[in-house]
Design a binder for this molecule. Structure first.
Ligand SMILES: Cc1cc2nc3c(=O)[nH]c(=O)nc-3n(C[C@H](O)[C@H](O)[C@H](O)COP(=O)(O)O)c2cc1C
Length: 330
């Protein structure tokens, strides 16, 4: 349990914002499996672009979400970021998260996301403008710095605290490291020691044991899980159980998997419509099934299916099939 402004977050494990992944159906699934918070995919701070169907989709139905609703915004102009924060709050955001962690070229070439870490005074201007523009808590997602030679994450954390940021997520890599190498938990621990706002540790947490180790080694208030939740929304429940008892909970049953995947596909269709929902379902099903040869073969057929019902029937039949000897020993 930790606190972001007035909100008590009842699990110390939260879902990472992931563009193209953490849409409303996936956020709901993760919250119901024990994620304490599920921030939206990032939206641009250029509110003129919010009319696009992509952003409309990202901002749809916020008022029906699990609370608190956290919206991530990305941009580099303090006034635009402040306006975007205001409008996000009008649409239902109860927390505004600022993205200074994303290394994607599309984001960085506009000097947003983690590219901002190069310019500390601009960071301060953006954070101040956003904090002053809304009455809800503002959080920041950042990295340990711009590059291994300029690991300024600790200074950025200090600036964030001074500007009124109420919680800080740190992905334990520099911008230059993108997703390579090991997450540096030592730098996260250093940041935790420097600030008194809650710090959420992020990067490569892929098991309940690793989660406990990272919490203990960094002293962070909470953990953020990204890639390990793909095809495994139950990881939050597993981590919460382990943190509470130091024991693994029982394996996720086939019945629970079938129900979760079926519901996920149904909700994708309800949210996006039949055609787009079925297309988006393909990547999630690939994550649910993993990398085995039989899964790869099945996906070739699955990816030709265009309706939620045919997809659900196929995936349920595949997951329920008796396993061959080779699959059992693999
Ligand atoms: C597909 C994908 C999309 C991402 N999109 C965002 C994003 O929109 N905003 C953001 O702050 N970080 C984004 N990230 C970074 C994650 O939030 C997280 O910091 C990173 O994946 C490290 O955590 P992990 O090792 O648990 O995956 C994205 C990561 C992935 C894999």
């Amino acid at each position: 349990m930790f606190q972001i402004g007035p909100f008590k977050i009842d699990s110390s494990c939260v879902l990472a914002p992931m563009a193209g992944v953490t849409d409303a159906p996936f956020r709901r699934l993760c919250r119901e499996h024990g994620a304490g918070l599920a921030t939206s995919e990032m939206v641009t701070s250029d509110v003129r672009l919010w009319k696009s169907s992509k952003t409309q989709g990202r901002l749809a139905s916020l008022k029906q979400e699990h609370q608190p609703v956290s919206i991530q915004i990305a941009g580099s102009e303090p006034a635009m970021m402040a306006e975007a924060a205001k409008q996000a709050v009008e649409l239902g955001a109860q927390i505004i998260d600022i993205n200074m962690g994303c290394p994607a070229k599309k984001v960085c070439k506009k000097l947003a996301g983690s590219a901002l870490l190069q310019n500390e005074s601009l960071v301060a201007d953006i954070l101040t403008a956003v904090v002053n523009s809304v009455d809800v808590p503002v959080t920041l997602k950042t990295r340990t710095g711009w590059s291994p030679d300029e690991r300024n994450g600790t200074r950025i954390a200090g600036i964030a605290e001074q500007c009124g940021i109420q919680a800080l997520t740190v992905h334990g890599r520099t911008r230059a490291c993108r997703f390579e190498g090991q997450a540096e938990y030592d730098t996260i621990a250093e940041i935790v020691g420097q600030v008194s706002i809650p710090v959420i540790a992020n990067g490569d947490i892929d098991s309940p044991e690793k989660a406990k180790q990272v919490l203990e080694n960094t002293g962070a208030a909470a953990l953020m899980i990204g890639r390990s939740a793909l095809g495994a929304p139950w990881i939050f429940k597993q981590i919460n159980h382990y943190l509470a008892t130091a024991e693994r909970c029982s394996d996720i049953s086939l019945d629970h998997k079938l129900k979760t995947v079926s519901r996920h596909l149904k909700e994708l269709t309800e949210f996006y419509g039949e055609i787009k929902g079925a297309r988006i379902a393909r990547k999630h099903v690939r994550w649910y099934l993993g990398e085995s040869a039989s899964a790869k073969k099945f996906l070739k057929h699955f990816n030709t299916l265009n309706t939620s019902q045919s997809q659900t029937e196929a995936v349920v039949a595949f997951l329920s099939r008796p396993k061959s000897h080779e699959e059992n020993v693999a």
